[in-house]
Design a protein around this ligand. Sequence first.
Ligand code: ZN
Length: 410
Amino acid sequence: MSVDKQILEKISTYSEYAIHLQRGLVAHPAVCPENGGEGELAKAEWLEGELNKLKFDEIKRYDAPHAKAKGGVRPNIVARYKGTKSDRTFWIMTHLDVVPPGERSLWNTDPYQLHIDGNKLYGRGTEDNHQGLVASLLCVRALMECGVRMPFDVALLFNADEETGSEFGAHFLAEKHPDVFGKDDMFIVPDGGAADASLVEIAEKSIWWQKIRTQGKQCHASMPHLGRNAFRAASEFVVKLGSLYKTFKAKDKLFDPPMSTFEPTKKEANVPNVNTIPGEDVFFMDSRILPQFEVRDVEKTIQKIAAGIERKFKVKIHAEVQQKALAAPPTSAEAPVVQALKKAVRTVYGKDAKAMGIGGGTVAAVFRRAGFPAACWSKLDETAHQPNEYCIIDNMIGDAKVYGHIFLQE
Ligand SMILES: [Zn+2]
């Protein structure tokens, strides 16, 4: 039997091992302190125990200090399996943290106890991001047991803090330990994808959330001339903001939808009664901006529109940033990691995957910004962050085979 075949068949025999890993991971809730949890330490220590049972050449912890977390740290782990050459590293990057279970009554089983139902494994984190995490381990274990070394290092990176901005995870590593990464390295980030395996994410829009407060003057509704109606001013402002679609109208077919989006979303309540002119109005904007535009140019345009509204209605408008994540330069659809991934998906899942951009917000951006090619891919049902989150066992096995195929092609 060819080595390729041996590796892929080996992976097929790992279902029980995959379930064992999922059970341990689910039983260690790693919720970020910002979401009311203790962080990743207990889970990281449990995982280190598992990693030590395998033949990694090097296992290193990179602890980001964080007083609010258990043990005062947010642990990141790098497990490296050396190649016949080590001048570049192929990374599979996943995250240890999970989001809270949310409303418990919506769960049919304990979110922190693995529940198996046929081909599905239920529990918080099973899909986001244990599926990718476990699949990466299955693949590397198969390489080890077949005694195969690649002509490059394979490294698994288990990050902290993906769910609340990656400050103590990917950002911490990229900024404080840049020496961990080599200039020719490439990344697969199995933290997103589609149920039919067809989505390879290579680009993101910038995300920009704003809270917009319009300050007028409250008065009795029968005497509107004595006040300044903040609701009316803000409403005209919202309508005028629609012009952003024209000002920044460029299209990029990589994305769906192919253009930038500028949407007024949440609205805070104003006065409780009908006969008062509201003196204050608060609404929120969610903007997703194509990487070709600078967010600050959009900001300037909004300020200009706001100034017009302020003059016309004699109100004051303040904008406050709720979230701003600037898009990284996209990974090229022609990048070897993307091409190899598409080929592997075709072989394993019989599917033609498409390289696309998304609305924004994966940790891959951290590495793209640092100049590395990074492809975000997985075959998943998108149950992340929901009650009764699950992962399909066959997807874990299949995704591990896809990684195996990529390595063997490289
Ligand atoms: Zn995730």
